[in-house]
Design a protein around this ligand. Structure first.
Ligand code: ADP
Length: 162
C-alpha cells in the first residue's frame, strides 16, 4: 500500500527568516511531501520587513529545496490550511516556554477544525534564536551574523541604516 501524500503548512511571521526557521523547514521537508512556508500578513509589532520582502527572502533561501514553496495569508491559519487542503500545520519548538504557548495554539486549532499540528525541535545551536531578538539586538548594533543567513544579514544591516 502506498503512503498518503502529506501536505504541510509552516505558518509564521518570519520577520526575518532565521537559521532556526530554516532548520525547521529542512527537517519538515524530510517528513512531508510538500511544505508551504506561509507568511502571515496580519500586522505584527515592530514589523521590519513587509510580507512581500519576507516572502522574497524565504523564496531565495529555499529555491534549491524541492517540495518547498512560499506564500502569504491573511486571517486565521486554520482557514488558510483548509483552503490549501493542508493535512498538518508544522511548528518549531525551542524551549519549554514555546511548548506552553504552542500547546494551547495547537489545541485550539484542532478544536476549531480538527487539523493536527506536528512539532519539530530545532538544533540546539538555534534554541535561543528568535526574529524578535534578532531585530532588537541588530538595531542596537549587536552582531547577529551567526543566527541568520548572510543574505538576510546584509538586508537587515541595510534596513536598519535607513
Ligand atoms: P509566530 O509569530 O507565528 O510565532 P515566528 O516567525 O516567530 O512566527 O515563528 C514561526 C514558527 O517557527 C513557530 O513555530 C516558532 O516556534 C518557530 N521558530 C522560530 N524560531 C525558531 C527556532 N530558532 N528554532 C525552531 N523553531 C523556531
Amino acid at each position: 500500500m502506498s503512503r498518503k501524500f502529506v501536505r504541510a503548512i509552516f505558518p509564521g511571521s518570519f520577520d526575518p527568516i532565521t537559521n532556526g526557521h530554516l532548520d525547521v523547514i529542512g527537517r519538515g521537508i524530510k517528513i512531508f511531501d510538500e511544505l508551504i512556508v506561509a507568511v502571515g500578513r496580519s500586522p505584527i509589532k515592530d514589523q521590519l520587513f513587509t510580507p512581500e520582502e519576507r516572502m522574497e527572502m524565504i523564496a531565495e533561501l529555499t529555491a534549491d529545496m524541492p517540495g518547498v514553496s512560499v506564500e502569504s495569508f491573511d486571517g486565521l491559519t486554520v482557514e488558510y490550511a483548509a483552503k490549501k487542503k493542508a493535512d498538518v500545520i508544522l511548528r518549531g519548538l525551542r524551549s519549554l516556554t514555546d511548548v506552553q504557548y504552542e500547546f494551547k495554539l495547537a489545541m485550539t486549532n484542532r478544536a476549531v477544525t480538527g487539523i493536527e499540528t506536528v512539532f519539530v525541535m530545532t538544533s540546539e545551536q538555534y534554541g535561543f534564536t528568535s526574529s524578535t531578538l534578532i531585530r532588537q539586538v541588530a538595531s542596537l548594533g549587536g552582531d547577529v551574523s551567526r543566527l541568520i543567513p548572510k543574505s538576510i544579514y546584509n538586508r537587515l544591516q541595510k534596513r536598519l541604516k535607513k
